[in-house]
Design a binder for this molecule. Sequence first.
Ligand code: SF4
Length: 381
Amino acid sequence: MQLRDDPFLSIANKIPNKYIENNKRNIVGYYCTYIPEELLEAADLIPFRIRATGNEDTNKADTYMVRFTCSFVRSTLNLALDGVYDFLDGLFVCNSCDHSRRMFEIFDMVVFKREGFNKNVPRFYIAIPHILTEEGYQWFYGEISELKNNLEKVYNVKISDDKLNDTIKLYNRNRKLMREIYELRNLNHPKLTGTEALQLAIANSSVPKEIANRELERLLGIFREREGLNIDDKKRILLIGSVVDNAKFTELVESSGAIIVSDNLCFGKKTIMEDIDSNSSKSPLERIAKRLYYRNPSCPRSMDDHKRRLEFVKNQIKIANVDGVLLQRITNCDLHGCDNMLFEHELKELDVPVFNIDRENFQSDYTRFQTRIEAFLEMIR
Ligand code: SF4
């Protein structure tokens, strides 16, 4: 039984959903995993991770961004120019990569200045150091503290430590539930497909967390009860690289003879591995900043941290009993391009088959792509 049409998982297939459409709280969009969601939640905002699911061309966005910009970012801009993101009451951008960073200005100069768009949408920018040092952490903590003050002013709220501690609990619970479900992918007969796992991660980033937690509890029960998947003729794949925000992509991989048993993706394990320390004497804001800054696995934007990312990948290969690794990057994504190139060489030592491909965010050449994936899977003994 596939759960892809489950009402919660279906949220992953489009942008707005009933939970945010019928909500009285402010909904704020954000680019990238480094935005402190717990802080936004404590300001009584609903964080919505910006994605481009369903977008199939970038004609409008190409007017403002050169085609050397990653097609994920251009696709999100295309949707914004079509008004799909008009429901947002705030925008949060950081310098995770140079492509997404530019959305801070482009939303302001183009999207929010569109004819007929009269809403005042506050926007916030956070600078994140590219290396992991004590000074870097102090800088990042300063940025988060300033953001807290700005949120209090702009949205006229008081973000108390009690409120922050409550949201930390809510988010830790959320990550724990996600991890419990994701662990079911490691089994000899996994209880969910990679496509279901991706849908789950996307839906989880698109609704208020108290709703997500309720739905995750329900789905954890279903996944535990259901029989393991019959994967006798499938290869167990670890999927790594640029953001994947469309279940059609993982479906294509899985319909070629694979089951994606683990991942290192922006919508995936990367965001749920580490909790915020609840037993520390540090302030909740410091603990939020520490988790984001030192999190493992980091995004390839963190320089000098490739070794930890490699360890994470090696560990996933072991615990999920992986047959092959699929490295993919969106064309012109230098961050994942460099990391993938290193992984390709490093994983040879482990004798694990690796396939490294470039793609666009929207897949216009499905057949050619599928043929290449099938050829890789056939090569795996
Ligand atoms: S896929 Fe690469 S270039 Fe595109 S937003 Fe992500 S990190 Fe940036």
